[in-house]
Design a protein around this ligand. Sequence first.
Ligand code: ATP
Ligand code: MG
Length: 200
Amino acid sequence: MHPDDDHAERMRVLQAEQRRKSAAARNPGRGLVLVHTGNGKGKSTSAFGVICRALGWGQRVGVVQFIKGNWVTGERRFFAGFPDQLDWHTMGDGFTWDTQDRDRDIAAAEAAFARALVMMTGGRYDLVVLDEINIALRYGYLSMRAVLEGIGARSDRTSVILTGRDAKPELCEYADLVSEMQDVKHPFAAGIKAQRGIDF
Ligand code: ATP
Ligand code: MG
């Protein structure tokens, strides 16, 4: 047999298999839960990409950022152009990477999650993004049980994306999708500082 024939036959088998899977796939009837984790760049930007898709379909999106965000970013500037479709909440006071006041951080994280809970359960949003919530979980600022209960109580129409390094196993277990960004190379390691348009 000519190698090309062999290849064509293998492709036919693959295609048939793929068609069978697509035909059998169902609609979940419920929004999905997606986790973006890992030590490589791309967790938040991938979530922003999904936000673009949702906005493109006229859907409503809520974002809660679980780190103090007092810096201007390209995404915030861009998404400010969608005030009717997108609500963006950045966690207030206190929580930064090098914060010293644990009680204040916990209060801020809990307040942000209360906001997220309203977004997830209220039935107004197609997509809710909880950016860097895995960090708040890792530091013990939020309990895994409360977060799982919250996303479990989401409206049927609402999908949720949770980002941040070190996603807990219980969360990955619950989620429909878990993607792990792997750091192969990052310019910061070569002494290059964060770049406008690439990093913020
Ligand atoms: P991005 O927002 O660019 O998608 P991220 O959400 O995956 O990044 P975070 O842990 O939230 O990553 O960190 C955000 C910032 O840290 C970004 O400026 C990003 O470029 C930088 N960063 C991400 N991964 C790395 C890494 N492996 N080494 C150094 N800096 C990193
Ligand atoms: Mg991020």
